[in-house]
Design a protein around this ligand. Structure first.
Ligand code: MG
Ligand code: MG
Length: 279
């Protein structure tokens, strides 16, 4: 998500209103056990769909094929696609190939080929709560440099997740991601951030992927649910948006990779709600 849509994000009219007072810290909602039980299910649906897509994607499929599959599976599992019609986005997944960074619109003419670096990001809205996750898939055999980028992106995500525990701050997450990316020799995109996730797909706080003074350096507390989602580019960190007003690409056309998990702050550390190894 970008910083602008973070500011614009608000509850949609079909969100169920819960009567009980919500516990918030500096605008960040702390979920209780009943809410977390639902969120785990939303996140599990996301993990299931992404795992299935990663196992089934083949050269010759289109990104529209993956979108249709994801929508059908999310609905069959009892949820709604979080992304569909969000700020007008037409798909149930964002599908990005190679130099596409984020917000790729699924299209019939976008054919997936062997050697591609494919990113699939999706969300599920289940009984009032969202899960959000993204994976990067190597399609067939890819170049070693592309594989290194994918591994660095996943390592950066886990470096950030390892910092999630009560008492640590958003800057601990941001710093760990920045250091991990720097050690890999790739660059981290700055225009797009992670975010709180729960009743809304995007809610406070913004979870930056690099050290910045723009960051309200919130202290993490048990019950916060964060989507952590660093984006790494093989070349320049800079991006531009195409004329479709959605698809963001690297300015130098270098490869881009991203992983994202929805993560709960627990009393002892973290729980990865969108963990695909549990589905
Ligand atoms: Mg996402
Ligand atoms: Mg997200």
């Amino acid at each position: 998500m970008n910083i602008l849509s973070n500011l614009l994000s608000k509850a949609s009219p079909d969100f169920p209103v819960m009567d009980r007072p919500r516990k918030r810290v500096r605008g960040v909602e702390l979920k209780n056990e009943a809410e977390l039980a639902i969120m785990r299910q939303a996140a599990r649906i996301v993990a299931t769909v992404l795992k299935e897509i990663s196992e089934q994607v083949r050269p010759g499929m289109t990104t529209a094929d993956l979108d249709a599959y994801a929508e059908q599976r999310i609905r069959a599992l009892g949820a709604k696609p979080s992304f569909k019609n969000y700020h007008g986005f037409p798909g149930s997944i964002c599908a990005c190939i190679n130099d596409e960074v984020v917000h790729g619109i699924p299209r019939r003419r976008k054919v997936i080929r062997a050697g591609d670096v494919l990113k699939v990001d999706t969300g599920a809205y289940y009984e009032g709560f969202h899960g959000d996750s993204c994976i990067t898939i190597a399609v067939g055999t890819i170049k070693p440099a592309a594989q290194a980028l994918i591994q660095a992106a996943e390592s950066a995500l886990y470096a950030g997740i390892e910092q999630v525990k009560p008492g640590n701050t958003l800057l601990d997450i941001a710093g760990a991601i920045e250091d991990s990316v720097q050690a890999s020799g790739f660059s981290v995109v700055e225009e797009f951030t992670g975010h709180g996730v729960g009743r809304n797909l995007h809610e406070p706080p913004s979870v930056f992927n690099f050290r910045t003074r723009q960051l309200p350096n919130l202290k993490l507390q048990t019950g916060m649910t964060l989507a952590i989602e660093p984006i790494l580019n093989a070349g320049s960190r800079h991006t531009k948006t195409l004329s479709d007003r959605w698809t963001v690409v690297t300015v130098d056309r270098s490869l881009s990779a991203q992983f994202e998990h929805t993560v709960l702050v627990t009393e002892s550390g973290y729980e990865i709600l969108t963990d695909r190894t549990l589905v």
